[in-house]
Design a protein around this ligand. Structure first.
Ligand code: ZN
Length: 243
């Protein structure tokens, strides 16, 4: 099965629509979302309206949990807090109900689906081999897909050794039978790896291949909407740099 994996939309409708148009052309069998539908961006309700009906599976992200008021926002930086408070005020009931019902983890075709990490599904950042090693040890999954860091990456475990590998756009990564993988698909709506284009991946669970894709979108349009919504300036500017 060819599964398109999107993550960290963050209320960026222009990025989401560009990704959905791009993946349409690649004809995946289904689409799944790794959470953080909302937070940071100007279109939380529209992103849920557009994406939710297309999803075979989805899990909740830390910004989603905060946006529905299910946890304190103290752990977020001040800019993120400001955006979460704006999102809390803006979310309509249907969108809030949708986010409230999302699970923390899901499984599809042998993929473990979480927002952040198999060890702590909603919150843990896997940026380095050390954190990946702990995640491999905490759960017997073979292939996990994650987001949360907004940086595409792959961690591989072979004979209890863990290494990091790059995940370059449109370079097929073969998933070897005797290895375990944590695949970070990057972010649709707020990339932080220096490439401002939206990111998503397609994972072929039959052929055992993972491929990352990057898609340009009209960033200035999203920035204009953020300005009109009164969202914090640094969150508006960072979209242009992918940081
Ligand atoms: Zn996020």
């Amino acid at each position: 099965m060819r599964i398109a994996v999107v993550s960290d939309i963050h209320s960026n409708l222009e990025a989401l629509e560009a990704v959905l148009a791009d993946l349409q052309g690649r004809r995946p069998d289904c689409v799944i979302c790794l959470g953080d539908f909302v937070g940071y961006g100007p279109d939380p309700n529209a992103c849920i309206d557009v994406l939710a009906p297309r999803l075979r599976a989805a899990v909740v992200g830390n910004h989603d949990v905060a946006a529905i008021g299910a946890r304190s926002i103290d752990n977020f930086n001040l800019l993120a807090q400001e955006a979460i408070i704006w999102t809390q005020r803006t979310l309509v009931n249907g969108a809030r109900t949708y986010l409230t019902a999302l699970p923390q983890r899901a499984d599809l075709e042998g993929l473990l689906i979480v927002h952040a990490s198999p060890r702590q599904p909603v919150d843990e950042y896997i940026l380095e081999v050390r954190e990946a090693r702990a995640a491999f040890a905490a759960d017997p999954f073979r292939i996990a897909v994650v987001g949360h860091t907004h940086q595409p990456a792959v961690f591989v475990e072979l004979n209890h050794r863990v290494s990091a590998q790059g995940l370059l756009p449109e370079v097929a990564l073969r998933l070897e039978e005797n290895r375990r993988y944590i695949i970070n698909v990057g972010s649709v709506g707020q990339p932080r790896d220096g490439d401002p284009r939206a990111a998503y991946a397609i994972i072929d669970t039959t052929e055992l291949v993972a491929t990352l894709y990057r898609v340009s979108y009209p960033i200035e349009e999203t920035q204009r909407k953020m300005e009109a919504a009164g969202l914090p300036g640094p969150l508006i500017e960072r979209l242009a740099f992918g940081r």
